[in-house]
Write a protein that binds this ligand. Structure first.
Ligand code: NDP
Length: 502
């Protein structure tokens, strides 16, 4: 796919109906391309509000880039429940036949806003579901696991995958040094360095909740769930060398692919399924259901289909709708609750915190983020409050004084009564890496063995990257891969050392 102008700029040809150009205060401008100055060659006049305001606004066009997931593309769609799961959840938007409008933003993770779409990186797959009970954000990735299970490692981990603080270069030594000394990351590393680390585009990859969530019912019962979005287009990946080539030729490849497919009516869709586990099963499960580095084997916990996500409408304005889209795993509605997964718990804080920083405290009023209905007159004022701010409505609630605000109704479903009972001393978390942590990487190695050429590609993909690392870091990385499979470690070593010599 060659880089192209994917859509023509909007041209207003009917000059009678074209709006009159004004300064930002609404004042018609005589000549928008001329500044006011003294005489022919004299200095500018500060009284030229149009010029000063244009420049001042231009200087502020950029908002802070997301620290992670900076490069992205998005589209609206529909989420339709196809199968009955009322035995699992009372969430209204999850009842069979329910249809909700959605907005999905796909992204790479480590690169900056202009970085190539085909970079080897996990992909973000975040879907905002506008339900009658409020916004639900499913802030998923295209991989079922993650690099860590203790959130205190997250900033350090991300630093090692981004740029060296001195050289401002990507740094293979710190990249592999972190991964080979925090080997709970190995499962995700193996997926990342398989060809699924370079998906052809956003339309050809799955999405996974990764975290365990709870589906709850009004009677207080709950099950643990893992949500899978399986892409109906089929999996399609670039090999390492093609991904690198495309990165140079068309860094916006996946962004363009998504926009153009939707523009021509070729709507991508995903079949949404879940795996369930009762609390009793979870207590007996070989791994912790709160460990983000583990999957639930499908043979034991089969997928159960329940919905379809279809993307069918492009945004009209990238900044307004994609750049300002603000997702949070904490945006949930009655019927779904977060589990005790510590990484999920930390995200419940961090995402909203990021949005308050990037977009301001009233970020949920931005149209793409706005719930279908919202009524909270206690949250008032704040930067960029641009609606009526609840007018004269009381800003506190009282059950005593009838003159004060009393809510019309509360929901009948508490989001607190389904919580497990936890007790114990305060401890430092970070579970040690044990033999259990190598079992699923080994299972994946076998899965790759069932697909022609995929074990070889994993070896090649790792070696081409690792060849640029410091020799000591290379050694500890060979040892890590040998714990999955002796031959894998040896082959990565042979090829890495061969490439490093070149
Ligand atoms: P199965 O043997 O039942 O299925 C294998 C799974 O691996 C499928 O979901 C398949 O996706 C997926 N897969 C294939 N190639 C890759 C790749 N390069 N990167 C990531 N996933 C890939 O799986 P089990 O449940 O018994 O688990 C075996 C291993 O499969 C796990 O250790 C894990 O690494 C991987 N896996 C498991 C998932 C799960 O939820 N259980 C989910 C994804 C991966 P597809 O269906 O598209 O072919």
């Amino acid at each position: 796919m060659a880089p192209s102008v994917v859509s023509q700029p909007t041209v207003i040809s009917d000059s009678d109906n074209a709006p009159t150009y004004t300064a930002s205060n609404g004042c018609p401008v005589f000549n928008p391309r001329a500044s006011q100055r003294v005489g022919t060659d004299g200095p500018l006049l500060l009284q030229d509000f149009h010029l000063i305001d244009l420049l001042a606004h231009f200087d502020r066009e950029r908002i802070p880039e997301r620290v992670v997931h900076a490069k992205g593309a998005g589209a609206y769609g529909v989420f339709e429940v196809t199968d009955d799961i009322s035995d699992l959840t009372s969430a209204k938007f999850l009842q069979k036949g329910a249809k909700s409008t959605t907005f999905t933003r796909f992204s790479t993770v480590g690169g900056e806003k202009a970085s190539p779409d085909t970079a080897r990186d996990p992909r973000g797959f975040a879907t905002k579901i506008y339900t009658d009970d409020g916004i639900v954000d499913w802030v998923f990735n295209n991989t079922p696991v993650f690099f860590l299970r203790d959130p205190s490692k997250f900033p350090m981990f991300i630093h090692t995958q981004k740029r060296n603080p001195q050289t401002n270069l990507k740094d293979a030594s710190m990249f592999w040094d972190y991964l080979s000394t925090n080997q709970e990351s190995l499962h995700q590393v193996m997926i990342l360095f398989s060809d699924r680390g370079t998906p052809y585009s956003y339309r050809f990859m799955h999405g996974y909740s990764g975290h365990t969530f709870k589906f709850v019912k009004e009677d207080g019962s709950y099950v643990y769930v893992q949500i899978h979005m399986e892409c109906d287009q089929g999996i399609r990946n670039f090999d390492n060398d093609t991904a690198t080539k495309i990165a140079g030729e068309n860094p916006d490849f996946a962004t363009q692919d998504l926009f153009e497919a939707i523009e021509k009516g070729d709507y991508p869709s995903w079949t949404v399924s879940l795996q369930t586990m009762t609390p009793e099963q979870a207590a007996k499960f070989r791994y912790s259901v709160f460990d983000l580095t583990k999957v639930w084997p499908k043979a034991e916990f089969p997928l159960r289909r329940f919905a379809k996500l279809t993307l069918n409408r492009n945004p009209q304005n990238y900044f307004a709708e994609v750049e300002q889209a603000a997702f949070s795993p904490g945006h949930l509605v009655p019927g779904i609750e977060p589990s005790a997964d510590p990484v999920l718990q930390s995200r419940l804080f961090s995402y909203n915190d990021t949005h308050r920083h990037r977009l301001g405290v009233n970020y949920l009023q931005i149209p793409v983020n706005k719930p279908l209905a919202v009524f909270n007159p206690v949250e008032r004022d704040g930067g960029m409050r641009v609606d009526g701010n609840y007018g004269p409505f009381p800003n506190y609630q009282s059950t005593k004084c009838p003159m004060r605000y009393q809510p019309g109704s509360f929901t009948t479903m508490s989001t607190a009564k389904h919580n497990e009972t936890w007790s114990g001393p305060a401890v430092d978390l970070s579970p040690e890496v044990t033999d259990l942590d190598y079992e699923q990487p080994r299972a994946l190695w076998k899965v790759l063995g069932r697909q022609k050429g995929q074990q070889e590609n994993l070896i090649y993909n790792v070696a081409t990257h690792l060849a640029a690392a410091d020799p000591a870091v290379q050694q500890q990385t060979f040892v890590m891969f040998a714990r999955v499979d002796k031959m894998l470690g040896e082959k990565i070593k042979d090829l890495t050392l061969k490439l490093a010599k070149k």
